[in-house]
Design a protein around this ligand. Structure first.
Ligand SMILES: [Zn+2]
Length: 398
């Protein structure tokens, strides 16, 4: 395959803290008037445009900013049905307790494979159009052996970052038989799903009747680990709880939401900052009109953070990483540079990936171009579609 030089980059964010000649004041490895050479889907060279070697092809982005493609490390894209009425009700003051998952489960079970494939494909196109180049996709709206495996088969057509979330909710038919459902998730369902997944996740929220207790979550994660899956946890979203503690104890790659944290939780995350990333999902707080996680405090304490959309039909039906960045800056006290790092190299770390999130030779050529001269516009121009994925089409996470 031929090499292409991308020129006309007014500002290039590399996240490469070792890049010579770059501005490292915000840890972005930022170069002005830069060029990037892409070959065989990988970065071959990064540097000032004036020193770019010859290449076979040339692409001029016309004075725009280029940033690492966004890594959306938390999404629930495999679902059918429409819950817009639930959102409208919630906005009039009906408190959200997560009970609406069941309606998505029924619609997802009723959908054909082709319907699900088309729905996921359309959502991924939406993401790419907004600059996302890697997406993690969870199952969790099937909640039967067959429907969870089917959800993961569909997800795997679009990304290598697939997550088995049979422990998303106790389905209605098991409400009075919780232990049986946990046994199913860790037994027959796990056997069917593990070959299709890289990760296992659990909704650990003891206050919520259809979510899972600490003991149940530990059983689910242990079984997933024994089956060779990496660990992720939904924790501390709706109130204080054991999710963060459990995630750290078990060496999970990510604990997601982290809205209600104790001092001990934060200390545990700081101590585990090489292992466990706190993934913040402010789109969920926005869409449920809830309080935001204290991202400023986490960063100041030394916690590793990531940002992702949580794109799902109930609590945040937005696929937009730029929207999440704007929320992180406006509502959670991050600088625009911190938010951008959390949404790229931070979320790559939460997926234990070092081939994405940083623009350096050898890494995947996953880039986003901004219709703006600087990355600052991502949070400065909320709701304006300035970001789009620059990488070739058809590659999302593999
Ligand atoms: Zn989620």
């Amino acid at each position: 395959m031929t090499a292409t030089v991308i020129t006309g980059i007014a500002e290039l964010v590399t996240n490469d803290e070792d890049l010579e000649g770059a501005d490292h004041s915000e840890h972005l490895g930022l170069l002005r008037n830069a060029a990037v050479i892409v070959k065989d889907g990988l970065i071959a060279w990064v540097g000032p445009a004036s020193r770019a070697p010859e290449a076979d092809g040339r692409r001029d982005v016309g004075g725009r900013a280029v940033v690492p493609g966004f890594v959306d490390s938390h999404s629930h894209l495999v679902f059918a049905g429409d819950r817009s009425a639930e959102f409208a009700a919630r906005m009039t003051g009906v408190k959200y307790d997560g009970g609406g998952i069941v309606s998505s489960v029924l619609a997802t079970r009723a959908a054909s494979d082709d319907d699900l494939r088309a729905l996921v494909g359309a959502r991924i196109e939406e993401m790419r159009a907004q600059g996302t180049t890697t997406v993690e996709i969870k199952s969790g709206y099937g909640l039967s052996v067959e429907d969870e495996a089917r959800s993961l088969r569909v997800a795997a057509e679009f990304t290598s970052e697939t997550t088995f979330l049979g422990a998303h909710a106790v389905p209605p038919e098991y409400v009075d038989r919780r232990a049986e459902y946990v046994a199913l998730v860790t037994g027959q369902m796990l056997s069917a799903c593990a070959p299709l997944a890289r990760w296992i996740d659990v909704f650990c929220e003891p206050r919520i009747a259809h979510a899972f207790t600490e003991d149940e979550a530990r059983v689910v994660l242990s079984a997933g680990r024994d089956a060779g899956l990496g660990l992720r946890v939904h924790g501390n979203q709706l109130g204080p709880g054991p999710g963060v503690r459990l995630a750290v104890e078990m060496g999970a790659a990510s604990v997601d939401h982290c809205t209600f944290l104790s001092e001990e939780d934060i200390e545990a995350l700081v101590a585990a900052s090489d292992t466990t990333v706190a993934t913040l999902l402010p789109g969920a707080e926005f869409s449920t009109r809830s309080r935001y996680p204290d991202a400023r405090r986490l960063v100041d304490a030394g916690v590793s953070i990531a940002l992702a959309t949580d794109c799902n039909p109930g609590t945040c039906y937005s696929s937009s990483m730029p929207f999440v960045l704007a929320l992180a800056v406006r509502e959670m006290g991050l600088t625009p540079a911190e938010a951008l790092r959390a949404a790229t190299v931070g979320s790559a770390k939460s997926l234990r990936r070092n081939d994405i999130g940083v623009v350096r030779p050898g890494n995947r050529a996953d880039l986003a171009v901004l219709d703006a001269p600087s990355y600052l516009h991502l949070s400065y121009r909320p709701g304006v579609p300035i970001a789009s994925a620059l990488a070739e089409r058809g590659r999302h996470g593999s």
